[in-house]
Design a protein around this ligand. Structure first.
Ligand SMILES: [Zn+2]
Length: 337
């Protein structure tokens, strides 16, 4: 049986930023193959795993792209300027270790540190930062990285606390793991099931739009991370807690979930004895909005895994929430629409 921590380690090694997901897609395809009837990749790069059924189309979406960095310029001293892929908090990036796809390591450092210290944190942007890859000249750096090269957080998944893991890219690889775990558990379903590992969620829910247009599901359920109300950085009034079960989303900034999808998820959870939390977040969005509003639209819902430190190199999620999330999704799949 899949182990959530081992799966996260495997997917983290294959992780790639938005637009370059095929490496991760190949790893997931090899893991998902035994649990579906056909697999295909859409022109935008979504990996679609289809388990055929006679009933209505039920689509699950977890995004396999991650946030990252792309080289834009190398200066005469060998320092590397970059642009971000996906949402980053620029001041929090200072002293973050990164790894380029070719293995080159670097650290994000501020330019003109003394000047920068005078600025309020909110005024710091990635233009104030560069990556130090240990080079001493343009020539030396250019032999190590090129314009357009990609980098990602250089941390690795670790077990932490009471049944939690600290990892880069729990958003959203932990949800990809949960979806794989659910696929492994599904026994019998009348629904026509599509498990989609979407691309480019972090840059505007793009893969979910094309997947929804291609599949035309009756109902779609996204799986993503949501903020945990016990995050030390959070001042949100939010009852969601790490380790207290997956959440069923009611609303976020991008979507008001379909009451029909919420009802389906709650009934399935209750029948399977899965404890869930009700989620309303006032910031952020997920593939759910794209599923609901693309083409003719679909009844759209979302299950989230609570996470701390989201979009940092050290996101924290509970392995129990992942396991219970997989049970909830399997129950949703097995409950006839
Ligand atoms: Zn996400």
């Amino acid at each position: 049986m899949f182990n959530p921590f081992e799966l996260q380690k495997e997917l983290t090694q294959a992780a790639m930023p938005s637009g370059y997901e095929s490496r991760c897609g190949s790893t997931i395809a090899a893991l998902a193959g035994p649990f579906c009837d056909e697999l295909f990749v859409t022109p935008t790069g979504n990996l679609v795993c289809h388990k055929k059924g006679k009933g209505k189309k039920l689509m699950f979406c977890a995004h396999m792209d991650v946030i990252g960095f792309m080289v834009t310029y190398i200066n005469e001293k060998g320092f590397v300027s970059f642009t971000t892929i996906g949402g980053h908090n620029a001041p929090a990036l200072i002293n973050t270790k990164v790894r380029f796809v070719n293995g080159t390591m670097g650290i994000i450092r501020p330019r003109r540190q003394a000047e920068l210290m005078e600025k309020p944190a909110s005024a710091v942007t990635v233009k104030d930062l560069y990556i130090d890859i240990g080079a001493c000249s343009f020539e030396e750096a250019s032999a190590m990285v090129k314009i357009g090269d990609l980098a990602m957080f250089a941390t690795s998944p670790e077990l932490i606390g009471d049944g939690c893991m600290m990892t880069p890219y729990a958003d959203d690889l932990a949800s990809c793991c949960v979806l794989l775990m659910a696929m492994e558990q599904i026994k019998k379903s009348d629904n026509d099931l599509y498990f989609v590992f979407t691309v480019q969620e972090e840059v505007g829910l793009k893969g979910a739009m094309t997947a929804t247009a291609a599949i035309e599901p009756y109902m779609g359920i996204a799986i993503d991370l949501c903020y945990s109300g016990d995050d030390i950085c959070s001042d949100m009034e939010m009852p969601v807690r790490l380790g207290q079960g997956p959440t069923i989303k009611i609303k976020d900034q991008s979507v008001i979930c379909s009451p029909i999808a919420i009802d389906h998820m709650k009934k399935a959870a209750e029948a399977a004895g899965v404890k869930y939390q009700n989620e309303i977040i006032t910031a952020g969005g997920t593939d759910t909005a794209a599923i609901m509003h693309t083409g003719k639209g679909a009844f759209a819902g979302c299950m989230s895994i609570p996470g701390r430190n989201i979009h940092s190199p050290c996101e924290i999620v509970s392995l129990r929430d992942m396991e219970e999330g997989a049970r909830l999704l399997a129950a949703c799949a097995e409950t006839t629409l």
